[in-house]
Design a protein around this ligand. Structure first.
Ligand SMILES: [Fe+2]
Length: 386
């Protein structure tokens, strides 16, 4: 038995941003807080979003202070901006950080908090937040359709999740033209994040036939398009397929859950302030390698979808080849980083392992794990020669 639901209306395709005013008006919005970051403003994307809202007669205030790995402090400032503007709709424009911040700002604009009291408990806040519309400018996080927002708890070096149906965006305007020209390094890292959502959903403890079908499609789209999108940033077809992959992958993992690739990566994101896609790229083979023994058939299938020829291999060898397939992909995308370059210190490993155990993605991992195993995984990657 399983349940499957996805509440977000997805409006997909080039130039769909022009329909934002209509979508906002249909939600009854009159005053919008637009949550984004300064890079988006400098890239000229803000105007593409503000204009259709203005044409629909909607008053727009802009909060562009979002940083990578948004903090409780940033959310608190954004929530004040929402109250000052009396916003009845929050629009998130950008990568995962801006969209997650938009969701958290929606909560904190009508709830007193503190924010950490609302983490890791479904719809924990007493007052329903205003609706959220998201417009992704990267193809990776899928936050435009997810019911979670990852926030760094200021002063605690820990990243925690707010999640609930009330912050799942009412509408996602998924417009590939907003991702054209994304720098190649960001294309690579966000694309790897999209793949990680699909693969983790595919082998997750709560995977089901619908999430499996979505995950397989997303893996196929990434396998066929990420290298091209990385090499040619203006290839609209590759961009379109990557954005479709990232949205589909998160619809899959919103149902099936994620696993320890995200536990390992989010812990580094919170502790060392590492960008999410980068920590995922480094932790992806480590986490999947741990899970291979309990997902032989599916790991073999992922490896084949990523281009491995497994004819003549045993099931076991085919499954384990997924780790090399992932390493080859990151190498092709010129991602050379490792735990050392991310700043991970051996002395921190016991604390990192404890944080991993508390991560919201650990319970849905297909293979049981404990603090000792988490520490061993980090250690083996930190000192692969030993
Ligand atoms: Fe992710």
């Amino acid at each position: 038995m399983f349940n499957f639901a996805s509440k977000t209306t997805v409006v997909f395709g080039p130039d769909t941003v022009q329909g934002l005013g209509k979508e906002a008006a249909s939600l009854g919005a009159a005053k919008v807080l637009l949550v984004t970051d300064k890079g988006i403003v400098q890239a000229g994307l803000l105007e593409k979003v503000r204009q259709p809202l203005a044409e629909a007669g909607i008053t727009v205030a802009v909060f562009d202070e979002v940083q990578p790995n948004p903090t409780t402090l940033t959310v608190s400032e954004g929530a004040q901006a929402a109250r000052d503007h009396q916003a009845d709709l929050i629009v998130g424009l950008g990568g995962g950080s801006s969209m997650d911040a938009a969701k958290a700002i929606a909560i904190m604009s009508v709830n007193e908090g503190p924010l950490e009291d609302y983490c890791e408990v479904f719809d924990a806040w007493p007052n329903p937040p205003p609706p959220v519309i998201c417009l992704p400018t990267t193809a990776g996080t899928g936050a435009e359709v997810s019911l979670a927002a990852m926030i760094n708890l200021t002063g605690q070096n820990v990243k925690r999740a707010l999640f609930g149906a009330s912050i799942q965006p009412a509408v996602a305007i998924v417009d590939p033209s907003l991702t054209l020209g994304l720098p190649s390094r960001l294309t690579a890292l966000t694309g790897i994040d999209a793949l990680s959502h699909a693969v983790e959903a595919y082998i997750a403890k709560d995977a089901n036939p619908i999430s499996d079908a979505l995950a397989e499609k997303a893996i196929e789209l990434v396998a066929d398009n990420l290298r091209e999108a990385y090499a040619h940033s203006d290839n609209l077809e590759a961009r379109t397929h990557m954005l479709l992959a990232s949205t589909i992958a998160v619809i899959a993992c919103s149902s099936a859950g994620l696993g320890i690739v995200h536990s390992l990566a989010q812990t580094l994101g919170g502790y060392y302030d590492v960008p999410h896609g980068l920590s995922i790229a480094v932790c992806f083979p480590i986490g999947i390698g741990y899970n291979v023994p309990v997902a032989l058939e599916k790991c073999g299938q992922v490896s084949r979808m990523l281009g491995t020829h497994t004819n003549g291999m045993s099931n076991d060898a085919a499954a384990h080849s997924v780790v090399d397939a992932l390493r080859k992909l990151t190498t092709d995308l010129d991602v050379q980083d490792d735990l050392q370059s991310l700043g991970v210190r051996e002395a921190d490993l016991p604390r990192l392992a404890e944080i991993c155990m508390e991560d919201g993605c650990t319970p849905t991992n297909p293979r049981p794990i404990d603090t000792t195993a988490f520490e061993a995984l980090y250690r083996s990657a930190l000192r692969p020669q030993e």
